[in-house]
Design a protein around this ligand. Structure first.
Ligand SMILES: C[S@@+](CC[C@H](N)C(=O)[O-])C[C@H]1O[C@@H](n2cnc3c(N)ncnc32)[C@H](O)[C@@H]1O
Length: 265
């Protein structure tokens, strides 16, 4: 990937602030979910210097919040998107303990590119709003790899919208949807128009920044695309985690289908 030298840290942070606003439009409880997830890392790993992987890190929003709370941690922030990686590196290149890693989670043996010493096991794997991009087969392979990277008792914590299966639980799935819609209307009676940039608007604006044009062109060449809806099903994740050998699997924080799915290695 071409290295970006022109992007000033302050400009990168401005883009990331706009990214955060854009993500919050789809996810009003995003900060609360970050906070709960970091609470779980802190309480669940029981150490001030955990080694943490952030999968599908985007520009590093979760990683920097985690390091703010746990400055002794090491976070390897993994993504395959050259634009968000460039923003994260430019904005947070001097944050101690943070390293961005250009890795596609669908690639064979991606874990060998993390630069983790062979005798060091990972204390926690975290992710937000990212793993639903993967297919059921890719998730099943991913969880098998994570089971080998995590230390015994290590934690997997995934903050994402994970839904009930409409065929298995049609009534509950419908109720879930209805409650979410009603809550959304109560919280945002005027709708979302004009609240912040949408996903597509943010990406068009970023691509028009000359300091990001090389990264945007590289992004066009790679296709890190959303797959079908199966990655958004709770059961697909829970079943694959159990099959990979995780001991306890369950939701530890929830707001509608927006939840933190946790699993213990
Ligand atoms: C909606 S963004 C969320 C980013 C960040 N976690 C956050 O909460 O702001 C989803 C991220 O997952 C990344 N992603 C999706 N599939 C991926 C894959 N196969 N390998 C690496 N990253 C992936 C995307 O590039 C994107 O940055």
């Amino acid at each position: 990937m071409p290295e970006l030298t022109e992007l000033a840290p302050s400009a990168a942070r401005d883009w990331i602030t706009r990214w955060d606003r854009q993500q919050e439009m789809y996810l009003a409880d995003r900060e609360d979910r970050f906070t709960a997830l970091i609470d779980a890392v802190e309480a669940g790993t029981g150490r001030q210097d955990p080694l943490v992987l952030d999968l599908g890190c985007g520009p590093g929003s979760l990683a920097v919040r985690l390091l703010d709370r746990l400055p002794g941690a090491t976070v390897i922030a993994v993504d395959a998107d050259p634009v968000t990686l460039s923003l994260g590196r430019a904005a947070y290149g001097n944050v101690p303990g943070l390293r961005f890693c250009d890795v596609d989670l669908r690639a064979a043996r991606w874990e060998t590119r993390l630069g983790v010493e062979p005798d060091r096991r990972v204390d926690a794997v975290v992710s937000t709003t990212a793993l639903h991009w993967l297919t059921a087969a890719e998730l099943s392979e991913l969880y098998r790899v994570l089971a080998s990277l995590l230390r015994p008792g290590g934690l997997f914590l995934d903050g994402d919208h994970l839904r009930l299966d409409e065929i298995e639980s049609p009534v509950l799935a419908r109720l879930h949807r209805v409650l979410e819609e009603r809550e959304g209307r109560r919280r945002f009676p005027d709708g979302h128009v004009g609240r912040a940039e949408e996903w597509g608007q943010w990406w068009r604006a970023v691509a028009a920044d000359p300091a990001l044009s090389d990264a945007a062109a590289e992004r066009e060449r790679r296709t890190v695309a959303h797959h079908g809806p199966e990655g958004a099903l709770l059961a697909v994740h829970a079943d694959s985690l159990r099959a990979a050998g995780f001991a306890e699997v369950g939701t530890i924080w929830q707001r509608g289908s927006n939840r933190i799915l946790a699993a213990v290695r």
